[in-house]
Design a protein around this ligand. Structure first.
Ligand code: ATP
Ligand code: MG
Length: 398
């Protein structure tokens, strides 16, 4: 019996009639069974490419959110391993040649399309892109995204996120991107001393043109191995980008950085959608009663939304040294473990800020974030020998 091959096809086409024509052509092929997923916009296509695996893509160039060869090039950039066939209404010799020169497997014109030509183009495109097993390369490593979310405004989310980014670069010696998604202020730019005209809004509005050159223009290098993708600040905001667009910006950045630290600001529908991309989430709160109340509400809400306890941690910022409530009591009240605490050090911060040493490594906040991060990375410092049990034994025998 002849074996029928299952081929997963991404069809990017905004015209439902044209999509049905392609579906009908591929419905009755003897040797192959084609499983077709249709995306009617470029963004929908990029989303499908993230969540599913395809053997081949058929791409119309004229969509509502992207026109011309840019449509094809964007898909190629986001999924370099998938062979792409251009299928367009534009019978344009020069464009066809340019498309093929830039990596398209074929350029088919809708008005002239036959079933045989389409099937042949698909099968050849897949065959050409299949490499012998021993030469296939492993998918490149993608950066890890970690999010910091404030229970309330002003609890220190931006401060901790900025120190987190600097500590990560220092501890790992790898490239870190800090993304400011708190659109109500430009706090991260202030702490990183960045004054840029460009922000995450520009990156998300120009997804189609996003390449390394453009990226270098949008991010600011703040210190060794740390780049900032600034927020627009309250005054620079035109229209908040959709979570979907921001997710694509983050995915693009994952190819360039080992770590991406995202200041998510407060919980909104949009930050909730972005959480899907984060490996770990840190909810920042303070010992103030309203903040604790909000923190426990947010944790509950996120657990209900499907985030696991393993991915979601609570950070207690601004804990006063002489606090009468113990961490254990707070944990009992919250019904959630506290992953790490950062001391309240307003005088120290004021002193350092006066000298514009915002992220100085001698700040207690910086050192404590460093400790929390070592715990998170599983590289906690062991107590020096002689301290700990030996010390306790000596106390008992004294
Ligand atoms: N551990 C700390 N000790 C003392 N002050 C702190 C501490 N952490 C943050 N702060 C101060 O709290 C204020 C708010 O901090 P930050 O801007 O980081 O908070 P936020 O949650 O990002 O606020 P926003 O809601 O405005 O985005 C700042 O003045 C900051 O210096
Ligand atoms: Mg902030």
């Amino acid at each position: 019996m002849k074996q029928i091959k299952l081929t997963n096809v991404l069809l990017v086409e905004d015209n439902a009639v044209n999509a049905r024509v392609v579906q009908a052509m591929l419905a009755t092929v003897e040797s192959h069974q084609f499983q077709i997923s249709i995306a009617d916009t470029l963004l929908a296509a990029l989303d499908l490419l993230v969540h599913s695996t395809f053997d081949v893509a058929i791409v119309d160039l004229t969509l509502t959110d992207s026109q011309g060869l840019e449509t094809f090039l964007t898909i190629k950039r986001h999924a370099p391993g998938i062979p792409v066939i251009i299928l367009t209404g534009m019978d344009d010799e020069a464009m066809a040649l340019a498309g093929v020169q830039q990596g398209a497997q074929d350029y088919l014109v809708k008005g002239k399309l036959t079933k045989d030509a389409l099937v042949r183009a698909l099968i050849y495109a897949i065959a050409r892109s299949q490499k012998p097993a021993e030469t296939t390369v492993r998918a490149p490593e993608r950066g890890t995204i970690v999010g910091l979310l404030g229970s309330n405004g002003g609890v220190g989310t931006t401060t901790l996120a900025a120190h987190w980014a600097v500590q990560l670069a220092r501890q790992t010696d790898q490239k870190v991107l800090l993304v400011d998604l708190d659109f109500s202020s430009a706090g991260a730019s202030f702490l990183m001393k960045v004054d840029s005209r460009y922000s995450v809004v520009d990156a998300s509005e120009n997804l189609h043109r996003l390449d390394l050159d453009m990226w270098k223009g949008v991010v600011s290098n703040c210190r060794e191995n740390v780049d900032l993708l600034p927020g627009p600040g309250a005054s620079g905001i035109r229209e908040a980008p959709t979570a979907e667009r921001i997710r694509h910006v983050l995915r693009f950045a994952q190819a360039l950085y080992s770590w991406i630290v995202v200041d998510l600001g407060r919980l909104t529908a949009s930050s909730l959608a972005i959480l899907e991309e984060t490996k770990d989430l840190f909810v920042v709160t303070t010992p103030e009663l309203p903040a604790l109340f909000e923190a426990s509400r947010i944790l509950r809400r996120l657990l209900e939304a499907g985030l696991s306890r393993e991915r979601m941690h609570l950070l207690l910022n601004r804990r006063e040294k002489k606090s009468s409530i113990s961490v254990e009591e707070l944990e009992r009240a919250l019904g959630y473990p506290i992953y790490g605490t950062v001391a309240d050090t307003p005088d120290e911060l004021t002193e350092f800020y006066a000298e514009r040493r915002f992220l100085d490594e001698n700040l207690q906040v910086h050192r404590q974030i460093g400790q929390i991060m070592r715990k998170w990375r599983g590289v906690e410092e062991k107590p020096a020998p002689g301290v700990g049990r030996g010390f306790l034994r000596r106390l008992r025998t004294a």
